[in-house]
Design a protein around this ligand. Structure first.
Ligand code: PEP
Ligand code: MN
Length: 681
């Protein structure tokens, strides 16, 4: 081999070949989907199979990890591919013939609505003749006047909420929803020339664009946010004026189309910023029953007590799950409200049709906006579990009858007497509590990008469900490593996202809560803070699960009373964690009180997990105590794992190596869970 470097043109040619190979493979995948659609044509089963989708995503995630490719990138791509397959099969079942349609949208060319409309058409195999209008109203008017066959309008955004004007149009016109589409909004700031951000005086965008980037805009006090009829239109205007003190917010595609320079990418307040669009027609759609559908309607209830509840019971009683309920003022009737409801169901299904009839008689007014193939649905969550043990090992977990628990005076809401069923808490796509078993694993402290990324991948591959990592560390000595702070939080969150795991980290102070809650999936309260009542109250005000460790010298009653502090403020999502207490015993760092699991399950409905790492302080005791915790009925484990335990900056003695963690997980699967269903306790 010569030491000659290949030239960039040669490398790019190689890249082009790979790209066309990717497209070829997508085409091949679509052919297989077409064959599957043909087979399903004769069956009655639904075309969407969440279990199968999950297996596909898990398999490609594992493949990505094996190949050293970002799991989150691969999952994002495959979510789109799966969604395209479902659309492709739905199209086949519905006998859509393709063809040319005229589509109205709001905005200039390259607006998000334009992109979403093209995505919708591509999924349906339709060719579009797209026209942008200045306002939502004008786009709807074009449809009503027969100048367009469809209109594609945004209805809600995951950051900024509902788009009232579009709801108003749906209410007051004969318009039907025949489809929906989602689009991941990726705002950038662009100007006519490369200028420092401090030179900007005005920033143009659609009000929604400005709202979705409000945190970024606050960092530019010298620039006045200025509303414009559309995001892409704002880019067009900046390109026309060429005033270097004016910039616009829209998609990078719009910036490129109008020849602007991107000054800053990814400026939305949140990473996961999606807009949901509705596809409107003047006639309702009839959708094959095997296609997963949503139905939308407007509801006005009577003004008596329980009137809304009666309407909602019609839906839940007939097995329809609601995906959205929004109340809006009734025009011209101060302090009266109407409701916009979306639920999973198809008006062509007799079961749904009869529920709608019943709803009509329970309400004052119902307007069915349409049944249409569902796109925007939250992924179903599953109970965390490790592979189940051989059946013969599952016998003989005798359930003792539950004694009538004496009610405590220290707490009411977390008392088992207040709620018979176990509390089940959703973390990412995993459920904590009930019959599930969740493993949270990772280093005591986040130390570096490499350390946390390698640990995340490893524990995920071994079946862990949540990634742990401390960034603010409550150390006994002020001279010990105190954690990487906010920088560590970024590393933890990135590692979690890359490996597809939600993250848990400790919050030490009241003023950290809001920022932590925005980034972490579970907020941990350390043993030393169990009775920091200000912190507990603050955590009660955020909508994030809290992992509450038992204090070093706290009784179970004190621990449950501490949980009550969180719950009384409104946040019911508390996971208790037994981590060992101080006793006279000095052979272990703490005395792991496994009996607390049985006691807590009797006295409270909250989930309880066990931390055998801090509970014993010595790595050789961690696995046996983990197995015992599962047998005792814990809902999960919190375990410290480090790529090089002996070099860990904190808790080196109790951190497991990768091999030790793998061995723990392997045997764990053979331990029958002692989690007796709550009714049998
Ligand atoms: C931890 O989990 O990192 C920790 C500090 O635990 P504890 O609060 O139980 O000591
Ligand atoms: Mn630790």
């Amino acid at each position: 081999m010569s030491g000659h470097q290949p030239d960039i043109a040669g490398l790019r040619r190689g890249l082009d070949q790979v790209d066309s190979g990717i497209v070829r493979l997508i085409a091949e995948r679509r052919e297989l989907i077409a064959a599957i659609a043909k087979v399903k044509e004769h069956g009655t089963s639904a075309i969407q199979d969440p279990e199968r989708e999950r297996r596909v995503l898990d398999a490609v995630t594992a493949e990505a990890t094996a190949q050293g490719v970002s799991a989150s990138l691969v999952r994002t791509i495959f979510r789109e591919l799966i969604s395209d397959s479902v659309t492709q099969q739905a199209r086949h079942l519905n006998g859509d013939a393709g063809g040319q349609v005229r589509v109205a949208f709001q905005g200039a060319a390259h607006a998000y609505s334009d992109a979403a409309a093209r995505k919708y058409l591509a999924g349906r195999g339709l060719d579009g003749d797209l026209t942008g209008y200045r306002t939502f109203r004008e786009a709807a008017d074009a449809l009503l006047a027969g100048q367009a066959d469809l209109a594609v309008l945004p209805i809600e955004n995951t950051t900024a909420g509902s788009i009232n004007e579009v709801y108003a149009l749906l209410r007051s016109h004969e318009l039907f929803i025949v489809g929906e589409e989602t689009w991941k909004v990726d705002h950038c700031l662009a100007a006519a020339a490369e200028v420092p951000l401090s030179a900007l005086r005005r920033i143009l965008s659609h009000p929604q664009g400005l709202e979705q980037c409000s945190q970024f805009l606050q960092s530019l006090p010298g620039a006045v946010p200025t509303t414009f009829f559309d995001t892409a239109g704002a880019m067009q205007a900046v390109a026309g004026d060429r005033d270097p003190t004016v910039a616009a917010i829209a998609s990078p595609e719009a910036a490129a189309a109008y020849g602007l320079v991107v000054l800053r990418h990814n400026i939305s307040d949140t990473d996961d910023n999606y807009t949901r669009f509705v596809v409107l027609s003047t006639t309702p759609a009839v959708v094959d029953l095997r296609i997963p559908c949503k139905t939308s309607l407007i509801l006005v209830t009577g003004h008596g007590q329980g009137d809304l509840l009666r309407c909602l019971e019609v839906l839940s009683g007939s097995g329809h799950s609601m995906t959205k309920l929004e109340s809006r003022p009734r025009p011209g009737r101060p302090w009266e409200y109407m409701f916009f409801v979306d639920f999973e169901g198809n008006a062509a299904d007799p079961r749904t049709a009869s529920a709608l009839d019943e709803l009509r008689s329970a309400a004052l007014f119902v307007k069915i906006l349409g049944s249409y193939p569902a796109k925007a649905l939250r992924a179903p969550a599953r109970p965390g579990d490790v592979p189940s043990p051989p059946a013969e090992m599952l016998e003989a977990v005798a359930a003792a009858p539950r004694p009538a628990a004496a009610r405590s005076r220290q707490y009411k809401l977390v008392d088992r007497a207040a709620r018979q069923d176990d509390t089940v808490i959703r973390v990412g796509d995993v459920l904590v509590g009930g019959d599930g078993f969740v493993v949270m694993a990772g280093p005591c402290s986040v130390e570096s990008d490499e350390q946390i990324a390698a640990t995340a991948k490893f524990v995920r591959d071994q079946g862990a469900h949540v990634l742990r990592g401390g960034v603010f560390k409550p150390r006994t000595s002020p001279y010990s490593f105190q954690g990487l702070g906010w920088e560590g939080l970024d590393l933890l969150v990135t590692a979690g996202r890359e490996s597809g795991l939600p993250v848990v980290t400790e919050v030490m102070a009241v003023d950290q809560v809001a920022r932590m809650a925005a980034a972490a999936d579970i907020l941990q309260v350390g043993a030393r803070n169990m009775q920091n009542f200000d912190l507990l109250r603050e955590l009660g005000k955020v909508d994030r699960p809290v992992l509450l460790k038992r204090g070093l010298s706290s009784t179970i009653e004190e621990w449950l009373a501490a949980a009550e502090y969180v719950v009384t403020q409104g946040n019911q999502q508390v996971i208790l964690c037994e981590r060992g207490i101080r006793t006279f015993e000095s052979a272990t760092r703490n005395t792991l009180d496994l009996s607390a699991v049985a006691v807590v399950r009797e006295r409270s409905h909250l989930p309880v997990i066990v931390d055998p790492s801090h509970g014993t302080g010595a790595r050789r005791y961690v696995a046996p105590m983990a197995w015992a915790a599962r047998a005792a009925g814990a809902h999960g484990l919190l375990i410290e794992v480090h790529p090089e335990p002996e070099r860990a900056l904190s808790d080196a003695d109790q951190s497991l190596s990768f091999d030790e963690f793998a061995a723990l997980m392997h045997r764990l699967a053979a331990v029958p869970s002692g989690a007796v269903p709550s009714g049998e306790l």
